[in-house]
Design a protein around this ligand. Structure first.
Ligand SMILES: [Mg+2]
Length: 425
């Protein structure tokens, strides 16, 4: 196997800089001055999303409040995010990658894995071709990428994270002892703050020390995660490339929050609002859900989701909500959120109900209340009746549904962003 991991360097900032230079003929390259892409400044939650190298030299960090960043660098240029631009830049990059690889798995807005197995005959050795590809991306789009080259996804990603920007690194299994093992353990995929701390207590400081530790010891201290990071440290990753997301069966909904969501109370409101919409749809279809998933897209467009079987099939909004909160609190570590979703699956027509798991009497009352609310909303409109907790605050009582971009396709209005383009791919 030959896998490439392609990752845009400081994506939001690079895309904005390239756009200003190529399309707006702006003489200033944001990458060469202290500049950041930052969330809404009027909002106290405004944070640094991406920073330029000169901004980094002032000690500015991704995720820190803009007010702190300005204190560190008084003349800092703050550019608001332009998500339609990022989506379009991302789409162009993916389209180019698909020209060369039959199997491209987009991993985040600015990262993708490409299966390049068997392409040597056509494109040359992997590292040589990776360099050509990097050059083509820079020439065509005006931004740089790192390309990691290896025989599986994990090693390709780890390789891509080595030195930045604008570089190709290989990390084949035989290179692990020399390139991967000397690195500090927290650089390994899946090793966060808490795990790093546990590693330190075990006297493990480098990835190499982790790789050589008896897996039984890791299992005793870190349960199944111990085994996962131990095999990562040894370069083992069995996951395959998935070029298409799995087909969705079931009923779900997601919403992009107005400003990055960082507190549990707001998250609960958004989850309830999503469950209102999902529950309404289930009841309209006379279906009950057996399984519920919550998905989070964070401020860097990383997407993760987690699911659970419900104690009993249900279409009751509050029961869906309680499960959603449980699933959410198990997976959320406080990372600022851009988008939240609730998805139900394993839908059933059955009226089967496990008496002992939800309180039956309470369930019946809630079911009747939901039906009554549905009837009122269908006659008088969605906003005619809602829970009192939605009286104040920014969250709407029924979140999601099809917003304009999803209804019309995300490209609407975006081609104008690149009027000077001569060679569309
Ligand atoms: Mg990146």
């Amino acid at each position: 196997m030959v896998i490439f991991h392609v990752d845009v360097n400081s994506a939001f900032l690079s895309w904005e800089a390239a756009y200003r230079i190529n399309e707006c003929l702006d003489p200033v390259d944001l990458r060469t001055i202290p500049a950041v892409i930052g969330g809404n400044e009027k909002d106290r939650h405004g944070i640094v999303l991406t920073k330029s190298v000169p901004a980094k030299a002032y000690g500015i960090k991704t995720g820190e409040p803009l007010t702190d960043a300005r204190k560190k660098c008084p003349g800092l240029i703050v550019v608001p995010p332009n998500y339609p631009l990022y989506v379009e830049c991302s789409r162009r990059l993916m389209r180019l990658l698909r020209k060369y690889s039959p199997c491209v798995e987009q991993y985040s807005i600015d990262e993708a894995f490409c299966d390049m197995t068997g392409t040597e005959g056509r494109y040359g050795t992997p590292v040589v071709f990776a360099n050509e590809l990097r050059e083509e991306i820079n020439q065509k789009f005006g931004f740089t990428v790192n390309i990691g080259v290896s025989s599986n996804k994990l090693l390709a990603k780890m390789a891509g994270e080595l030195k930045k920007p604008n570089l190709t690194h290989s990390l084949f299994p035989q290179e692990i002892p020399q390139k991967l093992w000397p690195l500090p353990v927290e650089e390994l995929f899946f090793v966060g703050h808490a795990t790093k701390h546990k590693m330190q207590l075990l006297g493990i400081h480098t990835i190499g020390e982790l790789a050589k530790t008896d897996p039984d010891i890791l299992k005793a201290h870190l349960k199944s995660q111990g085994m996962v990071i131990w095999s990562f440290a040894n370069g083992t990753d069995v996951s395959e490339l998935v070029s298409e997301p799995p087909e969705n069966k079931g009923c779900g909904n997601s919403t992009t929050v107005a400003s990055d969501l960082t507190d549990m109370d707001t998250a609960r409101h958004v989850l309830l609002s999503l469950c209102e919409t999902v529950g309404t749809r289930l009841r309209a279809d006379r279906m009950k859900a057996c399984c519920l998933a919550v998905s989070i897209t964070d401020y860097e467009f990383f997407h993760f989701s987690h699911q659970k079987m419900l104690p009993s099939p249900t279409d009751v909004t509050i029961e869906l909500y309680r499960s959603a909160v449980r699933v959410f609190s198990e997976m959320w570590d406080g990372t600022p959120i851009r988008q939240l979703g609730v998805h139900t699956s394993r839908l059933t027509h059955e009226e089967a109900y496990q008496f002992n798991l939800f309180d039956r009497e309470r369930h019946d009352r809630l079911m009747c209340a939901d039906r009554a609310v549905d009837a009122i909303r269908s006659r008088m409109g969605e906003d005619s009746i809602f829970r009192a907790c939605f009286l104040t605050g920014p969250t709407k009582n029924m979140a999601g549904g099809l917003d304009r971009t999803r209804r019309t396709g995300i490209t609407e209005g975006i081609p104008d962003l690149f009027p000077n383009e001569k060679d569309p791919i």
